[in-house]
Design a protein around this ligand. Structure first.
Ligand SMILES: C[S@@+](CC[C@H](N)C(=O)[O-])C[C@H]1O[C@@H](n2cnc3c(N)ncnc32)[C@H](O)[C@@H]1O
Length: 266
């Protein structure tokens, strides 16, 4: 597996990340913030990226350790933290590590994996290694929030393959570059459940020059009961399965999200 899923191979990904419309408007921050406040310090966030979720949690007074494999994403997170008050900065520790094998040296009441980094793990062995690593660093009865997308059967069968689609609203970078993002499913594999994707950024510079940048990566999709069995096998009891960040139950919308609250068995 490509360790960083393209987040380091392509430097532009971290540069653009915080400006992408669908990332800026993701409705998950209040949910993770609330869960972190309820669990209390310290919390660990895997695949924390640029701190989109981590920084609001630190602002709310919670100590948080952010783990990410990508030096570029963590570098943006550090830059953002540098603009925060000293008290917020002091609550954050960033660790560059693989979520399959990280060791923070701490124990947590809550581990979270917001916005699907777990789906960058492409084999069951990697998924189980990650869950075992998390479980070792939870206190007895500690909880994991596993955030996945719920695969749409219609999308899997009828979704376009090999063509660009999904033009989003243009966004503007602080240096004046204008960017439109599109996406492409490059290849699907119904046996491994690993699909190859591209996120394609069309960049126009203030001087009129154009650039086409491609972030290529793979994701593995998991179905509800598959993920539930995986969690059970890894020593977790599933307490809740939600369809969205308002805590509506799984099944209340389709395809919706696939969000597990799982407690580590002691
Ligand atoms: C879609 S971003 C999500 C970032 C952040 N959680 C958020 O909600 O904005 C996926 C993140 O997972 C990280 N990642 C991918 N594979 C990883 C691995 N094996 N170990 C640690 N981090 C990983 C990437 O570097 C990237 O920052």
């Amino acid at each position: 597996m490509n360790l960083d899923s393209g987040y380091d191979s392509y430097a532009f990904v971290a540069d653009l990340y915080d400006h992408v419309g669908p990332y800026r408007s993701r409705p998950d921050v209040a949910f993770f913030l609330n869960e972190a406040v309820n669990a209390g310090s310290p919390v660990v966030e895997l695949g924390c990226g640029t701190g989109r979720v981590l920084i609001p949690i630190a602002r709310a007074g919670i100590e948080i350790v952010g783990v990410d494999a990508s030096a570029n994403m963590l570098s943006i997170c550090r830059d953002r933290l540098a603009h925060e008050p000293e008290a917020v900065q002091s609550r954050v520790r960033l660790v560059q590590a693989d979520m399959r094998s990280f060791d923070t040296g701490q124990r947590f009441a809550l581990a979270t994996i917001p916005f699907r980094p777990f789906q960058h793990l492409l084999t069951v062995e990697d998924q189980l290694a990650c869950l075992a690593t998390i479980r070792r660093q939870l206190v007895a009865g500690g909880r994991l929030i596993l955030d996945l997308f719920n695969p749409s059967l219609d999308g899997l069968v009828n979704g376009p393959v090999g063509e660009e689609h999904g033009e989003e609203d243009e966004f503007t970078m602080p240096d004046g570059r204008r960017v439109v993002r599109r996406q492409k499913t490059v290849a699907t594999n119904r046996f491994t459940q690993v699909n190859d994707y591209e996120l394609i950024y069309y960049v126009t510079y203030p001087d009129g020059r154009d650039e086409r940048l491609v972030h290529a990566f793979s994701l593995r999709y998991l179905f509800r009961y598959e993920a539930e069995h995986l969690l059970t096998r890894a020593g977790f009891d599933v307490e809740q399965v939600y369809a969205d960040y308002s805590k509506n139950p799984y099944g209340s919308s389709y395809p919706g999200e696939l969000i597990f609250i799982a407690r580590a068995r002691s």
